[in-house]
Ligand binder design. Sequence first.
Ligand SMILES: O=C(O)c1cccc(C(=O)CC[C@H]2O[C@@H](n3cnc4c(=O)[nH]cnc43)[C@H](O)[C@@H]2O)c1
Ligand SMILES: [Zn+2]
Length: 353
Amino acid sequence: MTEHLVDPHASRDLKAFIAGLPKAELHVHHVGSASPRIVSELAARHPDSRVPTDPAALVDYFTFTDFAHFIEVYLSVVDLIRTPEDVRLLTYEVARDLARQQVRYAELTITPFSSTRRGIDERAFMDAIEDARKSAEAEFGTVLRWCFDIPGEAGLESAEETVRLATDDRLRPEGLVSFGLGGPEVGVPRPQFKPYFDRAIAAGLHSVPHAGETTGPQTVWDALTHLRAERIGHGTSSARDPKLLAHLAEHRIPLEVCPTSNIATRAVTTLDEHPIKEFVQAGVIVTINSDDPPMFGTDLDNEYAVAARLLGLDERGLADLAKNAVDVSFLDPAGKAGIKGEIDTYTAAWLDR
Ligand SMILES: O=C(O)c1cccc(C(=O)CC[C@H]2O[C@@H](n3cnc4c(=O)[nH]cnc43)[C@H](O)[C@@H]2O)c1
Ligand SMILES: [Zn+2]
C-alpha cells in the first residue's frame, strides 16, 4: 500500500465538501477493501500466511511492482478469508468504512469462486454476505448490492462456477445485480466468456466487465460486443481509440474510473497522465471509484479529490460526478431519486453557508 495518496493539491474546503458529499461507489472490490486492521487481524488468525500482521508493515507489502504482483498480493489476502464468519466480518466492516465516507450506495464486486474453491461452503458464503448487507443497511444506512465476477485467469471452470452461483435460484443472493470479469487481462481474451455472460444477462443481471485496464482498446470493444457490457471497469486504454471514445459517448456507456488504482498497479504512469480528462472531453460518462482502497493507499473521498484536480472541478462539478454514479447504478428509481435529492440539498446548503 503506497502511502495514502492524498491529493495535496485539493483545497481544504473541497476536501471538506467531499467528506460530507453523499456518494455512490460502483467499482470497489470485497477482499480488496479489507482495511489494514481487518487484514492484520485475519493474518494473526492464520500464522501460516505471509501477509504481515503489523498494519504498518502492510504499507510495504501493498506496494506493487506491476499488475501481476498486485494479483499475487491480492490472492494472499484472499487466502486469509477462510470461514463464513471471516466473510461476514469483512463485509460488515467494508460497509462501515463506506458509510464513514457518506457512501449511501455501493455495488461491491465479489469473487465467490475464489472463496468456494478454498473450501467455504457456498450456502454459508451467500448467507454471510446477505447477513452483513442487511445489517449494514439497518445500522449504517448504506445500501449494498453485489457484482459477482469471474477471475478470468482462472479460466472457464471459474466462469461456470460463477454463473452457476449467480443464477441458481436456490443460491443467488437477493442483493445480486450484476456480473463481471476481473483479474489479469493479458492472455485472457474476453470473447471466450460470452456464453457465461449470456446466461447471466438472461437471468436479469447487468454486465460490467473489467476491460482496457492493462490491455488495449480491443479488449474494451470485445467487452462491448461479446459481453454486452453496460458499464466498463476502468476502460483506461479507450483514450487511445477515438472511435471507441465516440461509441462510448454516443451509446452512454460509462467508464468506472479508478485513478489511484491505475497508478498503484502501474497501468498508468502518473496521475497527470491519466486519460480521465480525455474521457470527459469526448463526452464519455465517468464515475469515480477506489477499486481496492486500502491496497492502493486511498479511499473514495481521495479519489474525488484527485478527480477535482485532474478535471478542474468545483463543488457543483463534484456533485455532478456523484450524481453520475447514482444515475448509472443499478439501484431502483426511488433509491436513485433519494440520493440525488440528498446530493442537491447538501450542495445547495454548502454553497449558501
Ligand atoms: O481465486 C483463484 O483461485 C484465482 C486463480 C487465478 C487468478 C485469480 C485472479 O486473478 C483473482 C483476481 C481478483 O482480483 C480482483 N481485482 C481487484 N481489483 C482488480 C483490478 O483492478 N483489476 C482486475 N481485478 C481486480 C478481481 O475481482 C478478482 O477477484 C484468482
Ligand atoms: Zn477492479
